[in-house]
Design a protein around this ligand. Structure first.
Ligand SMILES: Cc1ncc(COP(=O)(O)O)c(C=O)c1O
Length: 360
């Protein structure tokens, strides 16, 4: 196994064993239910990792032609396409390459359902407005969300004009952000309650991502029981899930190095990284990062960790350490594979961080 200090800084390291451990859970779900598992590519798309994920997952959930080409396994696997709005010039091509496809709005449905239904099994994304407690940056089922047709609007439109929905074969709900099984129960209840007249005419339901399947406290047994019961209730429907972040949850780290320490109180550490370029997702989610090999809360040495770009606000935050930091010290941030690597930029001429797979 390569010594972690020998990787060039800064870099992202995917640890294969950890990914395999997560994938084992999805293999179990596959054995114990009929759910079809699609991996949402926007979360992490490095080829070496995707190769492993593709061995377990039945396909990919993608949003555009770029992601279609990243889903290198498209020839043998299921492709689901969804976008908040499809580009007119690629919507039909995407339909040709997709098995299932969902539209985000009634206007996109009206514009494209006839041409795309010739190629793919098409559906609509619904906003079930579940009123869950979730961070606003990722709450897709809030009152004001632009993702999916307001369920009441859809139900009224469906009742009013069944002909308009003659090509409808599926419904797509992506309502969760880091949620546990309680939220899933709420969604399943919502579906059973509101769509009983429509479900018998459909072929599939896509229940989205955002479930914390691989978190230690996730009720895995409860999930299997709940989904099996739902499958028994609607035996003709294919059920898809399209998780992203939970698949690569806790599968690797980001390494950065101390370039300089500015004397102030607390001292400000300039790292060889930038929130603006390598850690955009951390800026958006405002999460505090766990450091490998260091206590997260206890430590008598306080530092403000900052980035190397010329933006004043390029600040990671206040962190405590159990030793004095020195130029050249390396810091390893845990759980950095999902949504960080994919969002890198080269702002201020800062090079992208490299990506490695640790197969040890
Ligand atoms: C439509 C859709 N499905 C699935 C996902 C994956 O969600 P997560 O990474 O939270 O599992 C996303 C993420 O934004 C999404 O927009």
């Amino acid at each position: 196994m390569r010594d972690k200090a020998s990787y060039p800084s800064p870099c992202f390291i995917l640890e294969e064993k950890r990914l395999q451990k997560n994938l084992a859970l999805f293999q179990r779900f596959q054995k114990q239910s009929n759910v079809i598992w699609l991996y949402t590519l926007k979360c992490f798309n490095e080829k070496e990792g995707l190769d492993l994920i593709a061995n377990t997952f039945s396909g990919f959930s993608i949003g555009n032609s770029t992601e279609l080409s990243q889903a290198q396994h498209s020839k043998k696997s299921h492709i689901h396409s969804y976008a908040p709005a499809f580009y007119p010039k690629e919507v039909e091509m995407l339909a040709m390459q997709s098995d299932t496809m969902s539209f985000n709005s009634l206007s996109q449905w009206q514009n494209y359902h006839q041409s795309t239904a010739k190629h793919a099994s098409i559906g609509l994304r619904i906003n079930p407005k579940l009123a869950l407690q979730q961070p606003s940056y990722c709450d897709a089922s809030s009152e004001t969300s632009r993702f999916g047709v307001d369920y009441q609007l859809f139900l009224d439109a469906y009742q009013g004009d069944k002909e308009l929905f003659s090509t409808l074969e599926g419904l797509h709900f992506h309502a969760f952000c880091h949620q546990n099984i309680d939220a899933l129960h709420v969604l399943l209840e919502h579906i059973s309650c509101h769509y009983h007249a429509i479900l018998p005419r459909l072929k599939w339901l896509n229940l989205g991502g955002g479930q914390n399947f691989t978190e230690k406290d996730y009720d895995v047994e409860g999930f299997i029981v709940a989904i099996n019961a739902f499958e028994r209730k609607y035996p003709t429907l294919k059920i898809y899930f399209e998780p992203g972040s939970t698949v690569v949850n806790d599968t690797g780290y980001f390494m950065t190095t101390v370039l300089d320490i500015i004397p102030s109180y607390p001292p400000q550490v300039i790292l060889d990284t930038s929130i603006e370029t390598h850690l955009l997702d951390v800026a958006i989610t405002q999460r505090s990062l766990t450091r490998r090999g260091m206590s997260h809360t206890i430590g008598e040495y306080k530092y403000v960790l900052t980035g190397v770009s010329c933006i004043t606000g390029d600040i990671l935050g206040l962190y405590t350490f159990d030793k004095v930091l020195e130029v050249g010290d390396k810091i390893y941030f845990e759980n950095m594979i999902g949504y960080s690597l994919v969002k890198q930029t080269t702002f201020n001429g800062i090079k992208k961080a490299k990506f490695f797979v640790d197969r040890g």
